[in-house]
Design a protein around this ligand. Structure first.
Ligand code: TGC
Ligand code: FAD
Length: 389
């Protein structure tokens, strides 16, 4: 190994506060001790490590940047980003779980919910005593959620939902679903509890990516919910899109963690693996791949950090978040592919973390708005010409 074996080539650590480094190191230890030893088993068997949820709750990893008033840690945004980075260094499934719980369930309850909804759900979700999911995508409406077919109608003092959501993280195990449906043609948000008659959440099987995450359909057939389960402050497509900004922010950080794990595995492997009587790390073509990875990770770290500082200062535009999600996920996927190549045949084995990250990142590239949708969001912002109209 050379003198520089870390993944912080530009001393980005020096730009973090002591508290931020402490948060990062705490989550890193949790992932090392509790996630790494079990994640291959869960990936191979397509099971979610549910026993880790209360631990994530007690460590303050769920809704970490929401306020203490509702039982959340009240972490600033860079600290929150570092949580996501470290979780995804373990596996994208863990970061997905935390993203959905915090950014897509707790955030809309906090932002659009009534005081009673906040008191009921936020402390339980923060502790990991309750699990949430977010239903926006439908079988025929993914990139274009505004075309959704799920409908709500008023029936006395209740709402009746009909429709199907698809590809919903945590769906089958969720206690509460944040469901987006049109009411009189306007997108509104509803809280649907597990066990409500007319609501089912079958798991989607045979995934080759994010295998340690639960992904489901949500089916609503004359599903009747109480009047008070409407999120009163959510009005129009803008509301779920605001939630996506929160999750895309976390993904921009999280993807860095997956890239770092792949880089680290590739560097270590290249130093140990000998061909032609010398470590493959000594070959120019292998060094080029490693340097590519370190360069892109370093750029991604600086991008995520400035993104976080803008968010903390309240100056973040959603197109900036899209640019970071787009860049860092594509970068992480490319790092995973190059790392897989460096590992040769071992690159396709679960003995090493690389193929697991590589397969996971294929989903991360698609969800929360595909790579190309993020391109068009940024493109529309800089040209003033909307590609979607
Ligand atoms: P458009 O007419 O452009 O926008 C409607 C209104 O919303 C405003 N807006 C936003 N506001 C906040 N944040 C954003 N990111 C916003 N984007 C748009 C917009 O200004 C407008 O406001 P107003 O006041 O004029 O009404 O809407 P459109 O129908 O043309 O669609 C735009 C588009 C394509 C960018 C959007 O629909 C989109 O982002 N599509 C991608 C869908 C997506 O990302 N789905 C993700 C589902 S959740 C998920 O994948 C979870 S994975 C979780 C895990 O496991 O980690
Ligand atoms: P489509 O929209 O059909 O897109 C297919 C292709 O067409 C893509 O390459 C896309 O970029 C391209 N395309 C579409 N429109 C355009 C255009 N205008 N210009 C150029 N190219 C275009 N959703 C939720 O609501 N909640 C969740 O918790 C959730 N979790 C998920 C978990 C996993 C593992 C996965 C894989 C998905 C999840 N999703 C979730 C769904 C995800 O958000 C959608 O898959 C994503 O938004 C893309 O939609 P789609 O799959 O229908 O693809």
């Amino acid at each position: 190994m050379g003198e520089f074996t870390g993944v912080d080539f530009y001393r980005v650590d020096d730009l973090l506060t002591r508290e931020e480094r402490l948060v990062r190191d705490t989550v890193r230890s949790f992932v090392e001790d509790r996630v790494i030893p079990v994640i291959d088993h869960h990936f191979e068997n397509a099971t979610f490590p549910r026993d880790l949820v209360p631990e994530m709750g007690s460590l303050g990893l769920l809704g970490a940047n929401l306020p203490e008033e509702y039982g959340c840690p009240g972490l600033a945004d860079v600290g929150y980003g570092l949580v996501m980075q470290e979780l995804e260094r373990g596996d994208s499934a863990l970061r997905s779980f935390a993203s959905v719980q915090g950014a897509l369930v707790m955030y809309p309850v906090f932002t659009f919910g009534s005081e009673a909804q906040k008191r009921r759900w936020l402390p339980a979700l923060a502790k990991g005593e309750a699990i949430g999911c977010f239903g926006l995508t439908e079988p025929d409406h993914g990139s274009n959620p505004g075309g959704m077919l799920t409908r709500a109608v008023k029936d006395g003092s209740r709402w009746v939902l009909n429709g199907t959501k698809s590809w919903i993280t945590n769906g089958t195990i969720a206690d509460v679903a944040v469901v987006w449906a049109k009411l009189d043609g306007v997108v509104r948000g509803f809280l649907v509890e597990r066990g409500t008659p007319g609501f089912s959440a079958p798991e989607i099987q045979h995934k080759m990516s994010l295998r340690a995450s639960v992904t489901s359909q949500l089916v609503f057939e004359e599903c009747s919910i109480p009047e008070e389960n409407l999120l009163p402050g959510a009005q129009g497509l803008k509301s779920p899109l605001m939630c996506l900004n929160q999750a895309r922010y976390g993904i921009a950080w999280g993807a860095l963690g997956a890239a770092m794990a792949c880089y680290h595995a590739a560097l270590e492997y290249a130093g140990a693996r000998k061909q032609f009587d010398r470590p493959i790390a000594g070959f120019q073509l292998v060094q080029e791949k490693l340097v590519y990875m370190l360069t892109e990770i370093t750029k991604g770290q600086l991008l995520a950090l400035q993104l976080g500082r803008l968010k903390e200062a309240g100056k973040l535009h959603f197109a900036q978040t899209s640019l970071a999600k787009r860049n860092n996920v594509a970068m992480a996927l490319e790092c995973a592919r190059r790392a897989r190549d460096i590992l040769g045949a071992n690159g396709i084995s679960l003995e090493f973390p690389v193929i697991r990250h590589m397969c996971n990142l294929e989903s991360v590239k698609t969800y929360e708005g595909t790579h190309d949708i993020q391109t068009l969001i940024v493109g529309g912002h800089i040209t003033g010409l909307d590609a979607f109209v």
